[in-house]
Design a protein around this ligand. Structure first.
Ligand SMILES: *C/C=C(C)/C=C/C=C(C)/C=C/C1=C(C)CCCC1(C)C
Length: 262
């Protein structure tokens, strides 16, 4: 840690935000488990994956929260490092599992033709995994120079990141061309949410380049990660649910129509 202490306000802001994140993950977990029964059979798998994602993230946040709590002790009204390191590595372990799963949620809920679906699934999950794995060596390197290990791994990790955005915008757009306007809007929205929230992580990664260090930067990063994680996992899962509901509705209308004309 490159700072001497946190004020009580700084410590509590992170503490409370992490606690809120655990609550959001647990609440979403229950919601997705129950909501599985409210959508058509074809879409249940996506909701199971949504519950898995928030379940895994909820557990990791619990560990991060504990680690934060153990990393400081209150002395003379200030929180000073206790000597136990704050273990942030849980985040990368979490992303390694949950980020590919977020891609699975999206592709499976669209119920595309089998071949299209498996091709998208394979490429998106591998790219998501590579993006996280490649970022990690840079994250733990101490260097703050642009042309350093951090810069190198960050750049490598950005390649699959850009590839994912390309697939979501160009290929996925084409794949849902024949779907209803309402569904297209829902997919457009979830794509925007993905871009807006995923964009935070590489920006946070670059914090050392902007000389963002010290207690204030740590507090900003921890709160930023928490907000981004709630939106990218709970909010995202809710949007997946909305897509599943819409597709269920359309499937029902279709069978009713077929029955009527039969
Ligand atoms: C729930 C957690 C999510 C959605 C995490 C997403 C993480 C990323 C999009 C991370 C991306 C990175 C880069 C594009 C370059 C620098 C290294 C990373 C891993 C921070």
């Amino acid at each position: 840690m490159n700072y001497e202490f946190l004020t009580q306000g700084q410590f509590s802001a992170v503490y409370n935000m992490m606690s809120l994140t655990i609550a959001a993950m647990l609440g979403s977990f229950i919601f997705f488990v129950v909501a599985r029964n409210l959508v058509g059979e074809k879409y249940r798998f996506s909701l199971i994956i949504s519950s898995l994602v928030v379940g895994i993230a909820g557990y990791h946040y619990f560990r991060i929260f504990e680690s934060w709590n153990d990393a400081f002790i209150l002395e003379d009204g200030k929180y000073i490092p206790s000597g136990q390191p704050f273990n942030d590595a849980y985040r990368y372990v979490d992303w390694m599992i949950t980020v590919p799963l977020l891609m699975v949620e999206l592709v499976t809920v669209l119920a595309l033709p089998r071949e299209k679906s498996s091709s998208l699934l394979t490429r998106l999950t591998i790219a998501a995994f590579l993006m996280i794995i490649l970022g990690y060596p840079g994250e733990i390197s101490e260097s703050t120079e642009l042309f350093s290990e951090r810069g190198l791994w960050g750049t490598l990790s950005t390649i699959p990141f850009v590839y994912i955005l390309y697939v979501l915008w160009v290929e996925l757009g084409k794949a849902i061309d024949n779907q209803s306007e309402r569904l297209k809007t829902l997919v457009r929205n979830i794509r925007l949410l993905t871009l807006a929230t995923w964009g935070f992580y590489p920006i946070a990664y670059m914090a050392p380049y902007f000389n963002l260090s010290g207690a204030g930067a740590e507090v900003f990063l921890q709160i930023g990660y928490s907000v981004a994680d709630i939106l990218a996992k709970c909010g995202y899962g809710l949007m997946i649910y909305a897509i599943a509901k819409e597709k269920t509705l359309q499937d029902n209308l279709l069978t009713q129509g077929n029955l009527a004309t039969a």
